[in-house]
Design a protein around this ligand. Structure first.
Ligand SMILES: *Cc1c(COP(=O)(O)O)cnc(C)c1O
Length: 303
């Protein structure tokens, strides 16, 4: 496990033309299974669960969830039983066809599949009590893994080598990662978030967790919503990989890099500024997405 990830400078004609530099922080490389921010989010939660003598972790997620994959693997490594409460009853018959769930299962996770309607109760105390009656005592990790300890862990995405950058760009799901990064950033730096989903609730959530206001959201790069992709996005991901050797995932980082380069095109970044883009990982999701793309006759993500 690498606690500090490497920096990779990207050279593209567009960047030279606009006289900006772009460096990728390769959090995707810190570990092959629990990559990127999901590792950062789990770190202090696992310590907390151990110190409180829990032997089971229970969490929530959808069929492609990086958080489900990371919790299963990290749980196995730290000797926790893991339970994944998964959105979508229909998956109970076909989860073996889903690469994310299959891997989580072989890492020891056991599943409970629930309807989308029931899934909306995931934060309700009474629903959590029902789960406790079914599974026994557990340490509860919320969907996406975001809680105060997760945000503390995400602050460690940044280290002393990062203070030189003028802009830090990252993907936004629940907003936990950007909040941690904002808290660890210098006030002179600007943190730009690129939501991977539609909705206006995010600003409020981030404000609750972030200690400074040197951040802003660019909400035009969700490509139709969470886990939605277009042929244009896939083509971008494949082209970016061809030119830079950096793989991107279709749910978060593909949209982030597309958005960042689009803002470069639109002169959002003054000449001579230094941009750092956080690669939060998520590459385990490519296999499952490719299965879906095949069914829809869309181009596949190159692996
Ligand atoms: C979960 C995830 C995010 C979003 O993180 P939040 O803390 O939920 O905003 C970004 N990138 C990847 C690869 C993720 O798995």
């Amino acid at each position: 496990m690498l606690e500090q990830s490497i920096h990779q400078e990207v050279n593209l004609p567009l960047l030279a033309e606009k006289q900006v530099s772009l460096c990728v922080k390769r959090e995707d490389l810190i570990h092959p299974q629990i990559s990127g921010n999901k590792y950062r989010k789990l770190k202090y939660n696992l310590t907390e669960a151990k110190s409180k003598d829990f032997d089971t972790l229970l969490t929530f997620g959808g069929a492609f969830s990086n958080h489900i994959a990371a919790t299963a693997y990290a749980g196995k490594k730290s000797n926790f039983k893991t339970i994944g409460v998964i959105r979508g009853e229909e998956l109970s018959k076909k989860w073996k066809d889903n690469p994310t769930l299959n891997q989580a299962y072989s890492d020891g996770m056991r599943f409970k599949f629930i309807s989308r309607e029931t899934y909306r109760k995931k934060e309700n105390t009474s629903f959590l009590k029902e789960l406790e009656a079914e599974f026994g005592a557990f340490y509860h990790l919320p969907e996406g893994g975001t809680n105060p300890l997760a945000i503390k862990g995400c602050g460690e995405v940044l280290d002393e080598r990062d203070t030189d950058f003028d802009f830090i760009c990252c993907s936004v799901g629940t907003g936990g990662t950007i909040a941690g990064i904002v808290n660890a950033s210098d006030v002179k730096q600007q943190v730009l978030g690129f939501p991977a989903l539609k909705g206006n609730f995010l600003k409020e959530d981030i404000r609750n967790f972030a200690s400074k206001d040197n951040w802003s959201l660019y909400s035009d790069y969700h490509f139709g919503g969470y886990a939605k992709v277009t042929a244009e996005l896939i083509e971008f991901i494949n082209d970016f990989r061809f030119k830079t050797k950096i793989p991107l995932d279709p749910i978060y980082t593909g949209k982030l890099f597309f958005g960042t380069l689009d803002l470069v095109k639109k002169d959002r970044f003054p000449p001579k500024t230094k941009i750092m883009v956080i690669h939060t990982g998520g590459l385990q999701g490519i296999a499952g997405m490719n299965e879906n793309l095949k069914k829809k006759n869309l181009p596949l993500i190159c692996v």
